[in-house]
Design a protein around this ligand. Structure first.
Ligand code: N01
Length: 542
């Protein structure tokens, strides 16, 4: 590719630290980098801050974790100033919240928007990274921090004809800023993961005809959202210390955590009463607050799966449709459980049709709609709720080259490696926020931990006049053994999903593997903190 005029003429800009991405990780990291007195810059592909909450503006997009457990915890004043309107806030509110953070800390002056990073190359002689953006700008930095998200590389299906469709089409993760009106329209939704479920519920309200193409049903559970009254918000504000202390001790940083009892340690009556209670409660309790053996013991998993299957049968009038909506190839909770609001009732509406695209696969997109193996459908709008190249996709899109020109993509060909998800041997002075094998769960809690950990390492380097940090291969190996070990025995490891690194639409992502950290968040933090406490054991510093 020949250099453009901009590329040839753009002078290289030099910083102490460059952050890729202005989502929650990037924003918080910028605040901390400024505190260290570093000259920092954030490069962001979009035109605004928010990351996930900037790009995912599809209808119905909202939190699945309680709003008040999701916001930043580091700024106690902001916690007291900000009001969440609903227990699970909708996307526009979260985007406003993150803009408020950016305003409060005057972050935009250090963010370059429309700056999609295409490469980052390490230079051992100068101990710097050279970073390039799509628009031809070049940067040099001592420290490179990736804040590129775990679910931020949207993937489209590989059906032929996608480009030929004459109507409107959208991917949920790349939704336009302009509102899309479904009134009177024939709409298709392909995909029934968390994004698809939220979209379907909303589109069904106004579309003339909604056709859902479901390849694999997911186990969904009620969100039980509701408005937060000013009195409730005042009570929440008074409890923030308690709320975040709770998130700090639970398995996945949610307000919910596994019940200490095993499924069969209680009577059948107690068990049913507990499951009913969880099904009637807000949020992820039924998934992450259930009996402790639900995700490891096949019989226990059968009990909860049967329980939820019966709920679906009760809620969907047509028994054939109900059976189609009940997963048969995986148990409850072994994939991410989408939370829903009257999702199953949508299928009782006369304007909604469920197509089993496992039995009758989509063969192609036509100029007027979708052709399956047994029918042709006409649409005005096609929505692709087909997910992301999770965990690694955002890294693969950038040509990262570490020591000796080794590419990260090649190194991670058979699965990512890392040290506590934040460092990778061969890639000095590169720190990953929400990299592979960080504890995910309630993500902002992990973000705050990761940013604070990286900041502490940088502070340590400043204090000791150190210029270079790199994970040792031995430390990476030991951490990866732990990552593999904690995944043993999880029923989710037997199931295809982004959580096991499978994405049918991406070459090389067909093999199930340990793709994320599946131990508890406290165990994860214990490892990372232990490294720091032992003087950054496993990180070669000089
Ligand atoms: O993506 P997904 P998502 N032909 O991968 C189908 C987070 N999130 O964007 O299962 C036909 O879960 C695919 O079918 P199958 C959350 O962590 C959070 O919904 O592969 N179908 C599946 O049904 C979540 O888990 C929130 O058989 C095709 C769907 O598309 C993660 O993001 C909200 C297909 C993809 O589901 C990803 O969720 C939303 C094809 N070629 C998302 N390709 C909140 O917290 C794919 N599919 C609120």
């Amino acid at each position: 590719m020949s250099a453009t005029a901009t590329e040839a003429s753009a002078p290289t800009q030099t910083y102490d630290a460059l952050v890729i991405g202005a989502g929650m990780s990037g924003l918080y990291q910028l605040i901390r980098l400024r505190e260290l007195g570093l000259n920092a810059r954030v490069l962001e592909a979009g035109t605004g801050v928010g990351g996930t909450w900037y790009w995912n503006r599809y209808p119905g997009c909202r939190f699945d974790s309680e709003s008040y457990s999701y916001g930043f915890s580091f700024d106690k004043d902001l916690l007291q100033e900000w009001s969440w309107s609903e227990h699970f806030a909708p996307q526009p509110e979260t985007e406003r919240y993150l803009n408020r953070v950016a305003d409060k800390y005057d972050l935009r002056r250090d963010i370059r928007f429309r700056a999609r990073v295409t490469f980052a190359h390490w230079d051992e002689a100068s101990l710097t990274w050279t970073v390039g953006t799509e628009d031809g700008n070049r940067y040099r930095t001592r420290f490179l921090i990736t804040a590129i998200g775990a679910l931020s590389a949207p993937t489209m299906p590989t059906f032929p004809g996608i480009e030929d469709f004459k109507g409107q089409s959208f991917h949920t993760g790349l939704w336009p800023k302009e509102p899309v009106d479904f009134t009177g329209k024939r709409v298709a939704v392909i995909g029934t993961g968390a994004s698809g479920v939220q979209t379907i519920q909303e589109v069904a309200k106004t579309a003339a005809q909604l056709t859902v193409f479901q390849r694999t049903p997911n186990w969904c559970a009620p969100l039980h959202n509701g408005k937060i009254t000013p009195e409730e918000m005042a009570a929440i504000r008074a409890r923030y210390d308690e709320i975040f202390a709770r998130c700090n001790e639970t398995f996945s940083c949610f307000l919910h955590t596994p019940d200490p009892r095993g499924t069969f340690e209680v009577t059948e009556e107690e068990r049913n009463a507990f499951l009913e209670k969880l099904y009637g409660e807000r949020g992820f309790g039924i998934w992450v607050g259930n009996f402790k053996d639900m995700l490891t013991n096949r019989q226990a998993n059968r009990v909860i799966s049967d329980f939820v299957a019966n709920k679906i049968r009760q809620r969907v009038k047509d028994p054939k449709v109900a059976e189609l909506l009940i997963p048969k190839n995986h148990g409850f909770g072994t994939r991410r459980v989408p939370l829903e609001t009257r999702y199953y009732e949508v299928y009782n509406q006369p304007n909604v049709l469920l197509v089993d695209s496992k039995a009758t696969p989509i063969e192609r997109i036509t100029p007027t709609g979708i052709r399956t193996s047994d029918a042709e459908y006409a649409f005005d709008i096609i929505i692709y709720a087909t997910g992301f190249d999770a965990l690694r996709g955002a890294f693969d899109r950038i040509d990262f080259r570490g020591k000796d020109g080794v590419t990260l993509k090649e190194l991670w060909k058979d699965g990512a490696t890392s040290l506590v998800g934040m460092l990778q041997d061969g890639f000095p002075n590169m720190f990953m926020l929400l990299g592979p094998h960080t504890a995910l769960g309630n993500i902002p809690r992990s973000i705050e931990f990761n940013v604070d950990w990286v900041t502490a390492l940088l502070r340590h380097m400043q204090a000791h006049g150190l210029k270079r940090a790199e994970a040792t291969p031995e430390a990476v190996e030991t951490w990866m053994e732990h990552v593999m070990e904690v995944a043993q025995g999880l029923l989710s490891m037997e199931v295809d999903s982004w959580m096991t690194g499978v994405n049918i639409n991406v070459a090389g992502r067909q093999v199930r593997r340990v793709a994320r950290y599946t131990g508890s968040a406290p165990t994860y933090r214990g490892w990372a903190n232990g490294i720091a406490e032992r003087g950054y054991e496993g990180v070669a510093l000089r």
